[in-house]
Design a protein around this ligand. Structure first.
Ligand code: URA
Ligand code: CA
Length: 434
């Protein structure tokens, strides 16, 4: 096979065979095909696109470029959830215990965060002693016994995607639906999911700012799932403001505990119930959305979901007493209120900027070797559409590095826009793509 001919074919808008795609991905992974040829090919894909079968073949070629996690030792259908990235998105911390309490095994592989959002592991490490360093055997045994475990990604997963994503980042080829869809799906398939629920975010704080583009991406991912035999559905949800109120690691653990107790923020609770219901359907645990939702609500009401979180923490060497007594979680030295400068209605809360404020206080990493401060972050008390009075607290900063406060306060006040006219809040759940 000839690399130049394959690039040529894609440049001219022809579709590539499975063998041609595998040839490129294998050659790129083992170093026999150089960056510049793959960069040219990625740019050709940006212009010419890929049909669903090509996209599915690219996905599987990337899956096969590295290790694949074998979850067959776990009984039942393993459903995974993936979010395309939000600010203060605490859903994984809530969904794991909630879905496990409803009887569906959750084998969660998570990562640490880079940039303005902490990863699920960072959040869980707010809990004293909690460890994701499990052997594969320990991980599988925990899921079989307790229906829930969170593992770190230690295996060599989708190296082709890692290389390709880094190359796309510096060649202006990130924004291509087939390239994004195959990148996301390859990682989920390599971690062993039988079925996948995707939370595709749209709005200012999301990767896909326009709803139309989010739906296109969702359709491409659902199609890949169908073509490779992993049942996939996507929920399109709003990310034009942070989810819930808290952005920060221990602060989000507290928010997750509240939600599992049934007293969490309305938007976070709703999104969790919608995503969780879809997980129960794909797992074959329930036949209708109504039945699934009722079962999840029952697991919150009877305390079994919160109990499941404690079981998981205990199983992974953490201190479950911190769940009953969240005041034992890391606490920042100072809490500083940010006060509204005028009367009106909240028009916008720039999600990404709030995430960056939390990072500035130490809740996120600027480089991958940075230490995270689990205690710090931002709690935003308002939602888009809420009325606000001058002098009223719109947010609280949880701070250890007081020298950051003047700048963060200024940025936060700019990120929360106040209008003198009433504002209609954005719709949280836009649609479901199946
Ligand atoms: N996230 C991914 O994992 N891959 C992409 O290509 C874009 C966003
Ligand atoms: Ca949150």
């Amino acid at each position: 096979m000839n690399t130049i001919e394959i690039i040529h074919k894609k440049r001219d808008g022809q579709s590539l065979s499975k063998e041609e795609i595998e040839y490129l991905i294998q050659g790129y992974t083992n170093g026999s095909i150089p960056d510049y040829q793959i960069a040219a090919w990625a740019m050709a894909i940006c212009f010419q696109g890929m049909n669903p079968q090509e996209t599915a073949n690219l996905t599987m070629a990337m899956v096969q470029s590295g290790d694949q996690i074998d979850l067959s030792a776990i009984k039942g259908i393993k459903v995974d959830k993936h979010s395309t990235g939000g600010v203060g998105d605490t859903t994984t911390l809530i969904l794991g215990p909630l879905v496990a309490a409803a009887g569906v095994p959750v084998a969660k592989m998570s990562g640490r965060g880079l940039g303005h959002t902490g990863g699920t592991i960072d959040k869980l490490e707010s809990i004293e002693g909690f460890s994701t360093e499990l052997t594969t055997e320990e991980f599988l045994a925990l899921v079989n016994e307790k229906k829930l475990a969170v593992g770190g990604q230690t295996a060599n997963l989708t190296p082709a995607d890692k290389k390709l994503y880094a190359l796309r980042d510096v060649t202006a080829t990130v924004e291509s639906i087939p390239l994004i869809a195959s990148s996301v799906m390859s990682k989920k398939i390599a971690t062993g999911a039988d079925a996948i629920v995707l939370d595709v975010k749209t709005g200012d704080g999301a990767f896909m700012k326009e709803e139309e583009d989010a739906i296109k991406l969702a359709k491409a991912m659902v199609e890949i799932g169908q073509l490779v035999g992993r049942n996939t559905i996507a929920v399109i949800s709003d990310m034009s403001q942070p989810l819930g109120h808290a952005v920060g690691n221990a602060l989000e653990v507290i928010e997750a505990i509240d939600t599992l107790k049934g007293v969490g923020p309305a938007d976070l609770t709703e999104l969790t119930l919608v995503l969780g219901s879809q997980m129960l359907l794909l797992a074959g645990r329930c036949q209708t959305v109504e039945e699934a939702r009722a079962l999840l609500e029952q697991c919150i009401e009877d305390g079994s979901a919160l109990e499941k979180l404690k079981e998981m923490i205990q199983g992974q060497h953490g201190n479950p007493a911190q769940i009953d007594h969240p005041e034992l979680l890391p606490q920042a030295r100072e809490q500083i209120a940010v006060l509204a400068e005028e009367d009106g209605f909240i028009q916008q809360i720039e999600a990404e900027e709030i995430g960056l404020c939390a990072m500035k206080l130490g809740a996120g990493r600027e480089t991958k070797d940075d230490q995270i401060d689990h205690a710090v972050g931002v709690v935003v008390h308002k939602k888009v559409g809420d009325a606000v009075k001058k002098g009223e607290p719109i947010a609280t900063l949880h701070v250890n590095r007081v020298e950051e406060v003047p700048e963060v306060t200024k940025r936060l006040l700019q990120a929360v826009k106040i209008n003198n006219q009433p504002v209609t809040p954005p719709k949280l759940i836009r649609c479901i793509v199946t």
